[in-house]
Design a protein around this ligand. Sequence first.
Ligand code: HEM
Ligand code: HEM
Length: 220
Amino acid sequence: MPLTSSDAAPADLADSADLAAVPRKPNRHGGPEGNRRLTAAVGALLLVLFAAQGVTILFLGQLLSWHFFIGMLLIGPVCLKIGVTGYRFVRYYTGDPAYRRQGPPHLLLRLLAPLVLATTVALLATGSTLALLGRDTGPVPVLLLHKVSFVCWATAMTAHVLTHVWRLPRLIGADLRRRSAHRDGPRIGGALVRWSLLAAALGAGLAIALAGTPLASSHW
Ligand code: HEM
Ligand code: HEM
């Protein structure tokens, strides 16, 4: 059973006759395919940062400051990931013809996505609270909530990554290759904008991490 939108004709393309009538407008930034490539590129960056964060969890006693640093560094790329997938969601449900033609993610992915989003926000929010308040968080067991959200997040994220990781090489390769290959589909613009957005998100995360880590370390 195909699990991603490019593999299956979603049922709600009933109005494809109407969509076919809508002239295809070239999009300078690559439209839905550009959105897809940026989503994949941020995903790949997150995968690397999650792996590094995983190492800090295994050696938390020695690497707590690195846990804070990488945890805060993640905030930038996570915000970009939520932004780019949220943009697709809004364009699709507000009837943008190009996004309608692309179709929505498979139903299972649409059901998984809110879990991926909510557990990610919970993990970073509880972590940030621990950084700001330290061990004593009053009546709210923030450290317990941080660990519980981690378990829920790890479950949802494993399903998300196992579904999507196969498509990273094509989607990211398409923006790396100087001359587009046949499997890249039609040539689209906006690669520089996408790489700049990725660099800006990482830069924002770095600023948060550089500012926040000394503060967090002073509490732990
Ligand atoms: C904080 C972590 C992450 C969040 C919040 C997140 C969220 C999302 C959401 C909401 C979607 C759209 C629904 C879907 O198609 O499943 C999506 C799509 C996708 N994600 Fe993630 N994701 C995260 C991490 C990752 C990672 C680590 C990877 C690496 C494998 C990844 C790869 C992808 C890909 C390839 C797509 C489909 C792009 C497309 O075809 O449009 N994501 N992500
Ligand atoms: C804003 C970023 C983050 C901050 C400030 C933060 C802070 C903390 C703190 C203070 C602890 C407790 C350390 C102790 O008991 O001595 C902790 C534990 C933990 N954190 Fe984070 N964290 C952050 C992000 C993350 C992320 C992104 C993950 C997972 C991807 C994560 C997973 C965990 C886990 C699993 C533990 C429990 C480890 C254990 O008790 O064995 N944290 N974190």
